[in-house]
Design a protein. Sequence first.
Length: 128
Amino acid sequence: MTRTAISTDTAPQAIGAYSQAIRAGNTVYLSGQIPLDPVSMTLVSTDIEPQIEQVFRNLAAVAVAAGGSLDDAVKLTVYLVDLGHFPQVNEAMTRLFKAPYPARATVQISALPKGALVEVDAVLVLPG
């Protein structure tokens, strides 16, 4: 099976040895996105709600570059520094996704790169 790296300037560039996404067949594995502005590569805010919105904007940009959209997401993993922010993630997901919602795991972790409060990665399955 051929693996293809996906890259776009409309999402933050990788800050390590990884691709923004890898497509293998009809499956696309999106690397975790933190709430960086893709131009300045700085956090958009210190508040959780703008961070959540930016994370999903970044994921959506990579999904589009892969030939899909967040509607093609089948699995998300959400990493939170504080599980108290879980309701804000749920609220954002009800606005950004349609039922059936993607499968999801949410974990609390001690820290994220650049002091981010949230990171999300995704798996997409594209049609055809």
